[in-house]
Design a protein around this ligand. Structure first.
Ligand SMILES: C[S@@+](CC[C@H](N)C(=O)[O-])C[C@H]1O[C@@H](n2cnc3c(N)ncnc32)[C@H](O)[C@@H]1O
Length: 206
């Protein structure tokens, strides 16, 4: 993925993002936040917060920092916060997922909804997420990953040059992000209609 193309895409389409991706992908977001099992006082870093479609799902008493590379997407998230104030304590900041400006071990949960296949290096982003997650905390992904079935993989490979123009890849296998030092996969299941999206929960070794 080319960083400039991705940013350009989200900058241009921020205003209509929700029309396409709200309902379609919302059940994955709901299941991901449920799987975090959050308690008051805990902190979450949401990487690629976009227009803020997850923000109202976090429970009261939780501190959330949402970061995104696209200012227009963040503006939409800010607008959403004004219209539908979340019960959690939410802050937003512009930041590149490849260079998170936080100390090591800073958050209880680090979450990327529909993000790791829109960045140039999915594995580097997951490693960066692991760095800022505290030992014993969780790294949570909800995303489409490339199929292990040969015919589907063939189709995904051919389609990816097209989807790349609209800001994401569909051929990145889950294997590409496994084995990040310190992370252990705890849970994986299919969510969303047709099971095209997977919820993957990693624990960070204490
Ligand atoms: C498919 S959208 C997902 C938005 C939101 N998480 C959701 O659930 O709808 C991908 C988001 O990742 C952001 N993004 C892309 N590259 C990024 C990067 N390098 N660092 C931070 N955010 C990035 C885009 O601007 C966009 O808001």
């Amino acid at each position: 993925m080319n960083e400039r193309v991705v940013r350009g895409f989200y900058d241009r389409f921020a205003g209509i993002y929700d029309v396409v991706f709200n309902g379609l992908l919302q059940s994955g977001r709901l299941e991901a936040v449920r799987a975090m099992n959050l308690r008051p006082g805990q902190s979450v870093l949401e990487v690629g917060v976009g227009t803020g479609l997850n923000l109202e799902l976090y429970p009261r008493g939780v501190r959330v920092v949402g970061v995104d590379i696209s200012l227009p997407m963040l503006r939409e998230a800010l607008e959403r916060q004004h219209q539908r104030p979340p019960v959690a304590d939410v802050r937003l900041a512009r930041m590149d997922a490849l260079r998170l400006a936080f100390a090591d071990d800073a958050f209880d949960v680090v979450y990327a909804p529909y993000v790791v296949t829109v960045v140039p290096s999915p594995r580097r982003v997951v490693a960066e997420m692991a760095r800022v997650c505290r030992p014993g905390g969780r790294v949570v992904l909800v995303n489409h990953f490339g199929s292990s079935k040969k015919p589907v993989r063939w189709f995904e490979k051919r389609l990816t040059p097209l989807t790349s123009h609209v800001g994401f890849r569909i051929d990145v296998p889950l294997d590409a992000i496994l084995g990040v030092p310190g992370l252990v996969k705890e849970h994986e299941r299919r969510v969303n209609p047709f099971g095209l999206v997977r919820l993957v929960v990693f624990g960070k070794r204490a």
